[in-house]
Design a protein. Structure first.
Length: 204
């Protein structure tokens, strides 16, 4: 009985540790989901306006066509100007669309991780009803699956994707501002550069 009691105490200690690990990971995924949701809304608001620069404004195209038809010196059949977006518009939209895709990918991964963790908790709940030594063996098998590389990297990946997404957004924002106003662009470049230096200094 004493041995069984020791096994039970050991099992309780380990399950308490497992519960703390799972709870911390779930909390991290919840934080990731909240930030990714707000961030995706911000990026989408910028994309709603920026993607229009990739194609010709239909109103301007119509006015140009009407103008060419009203001008007797212009051959309307041969006057077909093709619209080509500027390189800055292409880079900005590529950066922002990539940023949005990475943010949504982080959301997907965070949801999957939460499902795995809830499944782990649900699967381990009946183990406590087993004899102490059997419960310890089953808990060990579950813990091996919990700490596998797949779970570990899946937990670590969403924040990394959000960081990359954020820097892509900064890149597109800086490029866009340099085409509009050099003073504002210079200020934002300094701020984002300071953020980048701080990030590198605290992570490397």
């Amino acid at each position: 009985e004493d041995l069984s009691l020791h096994w039970r105490k050991c099992y309780s200690t380990l399950t308490e540790y497992d519960s703390k690990v799972v709870s911390s990971w779930i909390e991290e995924m919840n934080t990731t989901l909240i930030f990714a949701g707000l961030y995706s809304a911000v990026v989408t608001a910028f994309l709603v306006e920026s993607y229009k620069q990739l194609s010709e404004d239909p109103v301007e195209a119509l006015l140009s066509r009407i103008s060419s038809q009203l001008d007797p010196g212009t051959n309307s059949s041969s006057f077909k100007p093709s619209y080509t977006p500027s390189s800055s518009d292409i880079v900005v939209n590529a950066a922002w669309f990539s940023s949005l895709v990475l943010a949504l990918s982080a959301v997907l991964m965070a949801i999957l991780v939460k499902q795995w963790l809830f499944h782990y908790t649900w699967r381990n709940s009946p183990i406590s009803m087993q004899p102490p030594r059997v419960a310890m063996a089953l808990r060990h098998l579950s813990y091996i699956s919990l700490t596998s590389d797949v779970i570990y990297y899946s937990v670590a990946c969403p924040p990394v994707l959000l960081i990359i997404s954020l820097f892509l957004f900064f890149t597109g924002l800086i490029i866009l501002l340099w085409t509009l106003n050099s003073i504002v662009a210079g200020l934002i470049t300094i701020l984002t550069s300071s953020t980048t230096v701080y990030f590198l200094a605290t992570t490397i």
